[in-house]
Structure formats: C-alpha cells, structure tokens
Design a protein around this ligand. Structure first.
Ligand SMILES: Cc1cc2nc3c(=O)[nH]c(=O)nc-3n(C[C@H](O)[C@H](O)[C@H](O)COP(=O)(O)OP(=O)(O)OC[C@H]3O[C@@H](n4cnc5c(N)ncnc54)[C@H](O)[C@@H]3O)c2cc1C
Length: 417
C-alpha cells in the first residue's frame, strides 16, 4: 500500500493549508470554543464553508464542492493538525443532509442544504420513541392528511440529540397503521419552532444535556415538506441510518476520542509510572492504536468504494462496532493514567476532557444501532447466518400493537386511532 499523496492530493493539501494559514486567527484553536451552542462556532463554520472546506464531497448542486472522499479526508487531517475546533451540525451534515439530497425535492434542496452546511441552521434526527428504538419501524407518532392536503402530527420522540438548539429536523411518522409496520411510514422535514412542537431536555451521566424528549401536539406540516413518497418512509430512513453508521466509524475518522491526543497523553504521563505499570500501559495503548489504524484504513477503503459510486455495505456496522469499542478502551486507559486527578479535575475547575469522553462513550455504543443490533446485521448480512424470527412481518401494524400491549384493545386503538 502507498499512503503518499498523489500530485493532485499534494496540491489540494497545500491549498487547504494556505486557507487555514490565511484565516488562522478567525478559525481559533481547539478547546477555545464551547461547541454547537457557541455563535463563534457557527461563524467559524461559515468561514470554512465559504472557503470550500465544508461539504467537500457533496455535489455543487447540493451546495457542496463536488470533491472526492480523499479530498475530504485531507481537509479533516489538516484541520485536525492545525487544531481547528471541530465542525458543528454534524447530525445535519452526516445524516439529515444526505437524506434530503437523496429524497428531497429541488425546492427543499435549494432551501436547506447550503444553510445546513454553513451551520446557519442546525438539524436533528427525530426517529426514536419511548417504545421504538432498535425496532424503529414500530414507531407510533402519527401523521394524518387533512382535506386541504396538509399533515397533522401527534406523538412523542425521545433521545433527540440537539433538538433544543435545532432549527429543523427529519421526522419519521406513521401514516398508515393498516399495512405491515415498515410499509406505513412517511418522512417529513419539520420546523422545530412550529406551533405544537415542545422540547424537554434530558440529563446524561456525562453531566451534559445534549438530548431531549420532543412532543408533537397537532403540529401542521405542509405536503411540500414531505421527504420521499407517502408510505416509503422506511426507504428514506435507511438512507439516514446508513449515513449515520458511516459517520460513526465507517468513514475512517476516529470516534469520540482522537488516538493522536491519547498518544500525547500517554507520552506525558508514562515516565512517572512504575516499570510494571508502564509496560502494561504501553501494551494496552499499542493494541488500541493498531486496532484504531485498522479501523481507519478499513473506513478509507469504504470511502474509495463510495467514490466509485458503490453504496456503503454492512461493513459500516462493523466499523461502528469496532470503533466504539476501541474508543472506550482508549478513554479508559487515559482516565486511569490520571490516577487521583481523575476524580477531582471537574470539581476543581480543571480539564475533564478524558472523564467526559469516558462518560459519554457508552452512549455511542447505543446511538445509531446498539452493539447487539449491529452484531445481528453482521451475522445476517455478512456471515449469512439465519435471520432472527420476525413474528410481525407482513402483519398490519394495528394488530402488532395489540400483541405488544398484551392484547389490550384500548391501547391498540389509542396508538393507531
Ligand atoms: C447518545 C445517544 C444519542 C442519540 N441520538 C438520537 C437522535 O438524535 N435521534 C434519534 O432518533 N435517536 C437517538 N438516539 C436513540 C438511539 O437510536 C436508541 O437509543 C437506540 O436505537 C436503541 O433503542 P432503545 O434505546 O429504544 O433501546 P431498545 O431498542 O429498547 O434496546 C434495549 C436493549 O435490547 C437490545 N436489543 C433490542 N433489540 C434487539 C435484538 N433484535 N437483538 C438483540 N438485542 C436487542 C439492545 O441492544 C439493548 O441492549 C440516541 C441514543 C443515544 C444513546
């Protein structure tokens, strides 16, 4: 394998470096900004976008640069090397945008995509519900078409990351309870500030409140905001879920914790360790480092396949599964190296980067498909093992609800009325 830049890649790398150097002060340094709710982060992203460094692989018609995945990888490497703080609106860029590109009307693309890349608008993904996460197609939020053609939405979503700061969301609803669960779904773009949408934040064990419950109380959505055909919401959602897995470990990027930063942390602390602990630490870091490189290069292989016009396959599930495990190993190792500082850093106003990573990474092993569900995908679609029994296949959704609620006719009626 040859990992050197081709002449074209080297030229693109030098362009990217000059853009960063020319805007050095305005771009700031990692650690300086607060993230998605910081107006400076949005300004920074607009600056990067206006210089052609956001949405590199998106087509020009979609507001992107029409570049290659390799060009995107070079941008990521150079921004990281220059310690430029990360992009915001990652759910928008990684999941909602690709869904609008694949299934949206021309007018939706025109209205939304460029603003999404510049972080003028933030987006969220409204899929999971209290009774349907892994079994997403069992969702109950319903959309009913009125006589004038608009839609009325009622129901509840949960675990919606960044709903509290989002301007728009992609919303998966049930439009037909009389067909099998996967077939009666329809996707919409919803304005998060519309009357009837209310957001209640949830507290995480990391201390943050990044995700939410979202309630829809007779919210009106115009038919122009439908994404894809009525009843084809599952097909639209698959685009989102595939993109989600790619952006969580299938695309060759580190998940949750950068291996380079861990290497620096280990290097800074290892000299203070007794010999036996230093040896074990070297061994643990070496194993996690080798695994993270294997995951990264497997991700690059997938990016190359995508750049040849092939769809990402179930390998993205393996990338996410392995990536979240290695990220947890690296975060655990980093926290252990802090010894007693690990306990006191946050309370004493110190740097709690490693503790925060350690506390938030278990969530990544759930978001975008739990480890068990990903193993099912790999078992069935990569290894060719027998599929799980699916008792509700081809059964009208209305009847599966009755079964799930222990045959309670009233609960079934309430959910599907
Ligand atoms: C950090 C974080 C961010 C999130 N952000 C969003 C978001 O922005 N938008 C959104 O819509 N959702 C979001 N989610 C929700 C996420 O998609 C769901 O939590 C996830 O799909 C699991 O669903 P559940 O929580 O209902 O668990 P369940 O599906 O109830 O699963 C419970 C347990 O059963 C296991 N299990 C379930 N089915 C099977 C099976 N068939 N075989 C074997 N084991 C199984 C699971 O692995 C799990 O251990 C987020 C979650 C987290 C943790």
């Amino acid at each position: 394998m040859d990992f050197d830049d081709t002449p074209e890649e080297a030229s693109w790398r030098s362009t990217v470096r000059s853009i960063i150097a020319d805007n050095r002060e305005a771009l700031g340094r990692r650690g300086a900004g607060r993230g998605y709710d910081d107006p400076a982060a949005r300004d920074r992203q607009a600056l990067l976008y206006d210089n052609g460094l956001v949405g590199v692989t998106w087509s020009k018609e979609a507001g992107g640069q029409g570049g290659t995945p390799m060009q995107q990888a070079i941008v990521d490497q150079e921004l990281s090397r220059a310690e430029v703080p990360g992009l915001v609106n990652l759910i928008g860029i990684g999941m909602c945008g690709p869904t609008v590109i694949a299934h949206g009307s021309e007018s939706q693309k025109e209205r939304y995509l460029k603003r999404l890349l510049r972080a003028d608008d933030l987006w969220c993904q409204l899929f999971s519900e209290p009774g349907s996460g892994s079994d997403l197609a069992a969702l109950r939020t319903k959309a009913v078409r009125t006589d004038d053609g608009t839609w009325r939405i009622s129901g509840q979503k949960v675990w919606t990351t960044l709903a509290h700061v989002s301007d728009y969301g992609i919303l998966l609803t049930r439009t037909d309870p009389d067909v099998a669960k996967h077939r009666g779904l329809t996707m919409f773009v919803v304005d998060m500030k519309a009357p009837g949408v209310s957001v209640r934040s949830l507290r995480q064990m990391s201390g943050g409140s990044d995700f939410n419950e979202v309630f829809f109380d007779d919210v009106e959505i115009s038919d122009d905001e439908r994404l894809g055909e009525v009843g084809n919401g599952w097909g639209v959602a698959l685009t989102t879920l595939m993109s989600e897995r790619m952006s969580l470990g299938g695309g060759g990027t580190d998940i949750g914790v950068g291996v380079g930063a861990v290497a620096d942390h280990v290097a800074a602390r290892i000299a203070d360790l007794p010999d036996d602990r230093a040896a074990v630490t070297r061994q643990q870091f070496g194993r996690a480092y080798a695994e993270s490189l294997a995951i990264r290069y497997t991700g690059y292989r997938q990016l190359s396949a995508i750049s040849r016009g092939e769809m990402p396959g179930p390998e993205a599930s393996a990338g996410k599964l392995a990536g979240t495990r290695v990220a947890r190993d690296l975060a655990d190792l980093s926290v252990r190296l802090l010894d007693s500082d690990a306990v006191f850093a946050r309370d004493s106003g110190g740097d709690s980067t490693w503790q925060d990573s350690q506390a938030s990474l278990p969530g990544l092993a759930i978001a975008g498909g739990t480890n068990e569900v990903l193993r099912n995908v790999i078992g069935e679609r990569v290894l060719g093992l027998p599929a799980e029994p699916r008792a509700d296949k081809n059964v009208p959704f209305r009847e599966t609800i009755a079964v799930a609620t222990g045959g309670s006719e009233s609960a079934a009626k309430e959910a599907t009325a």
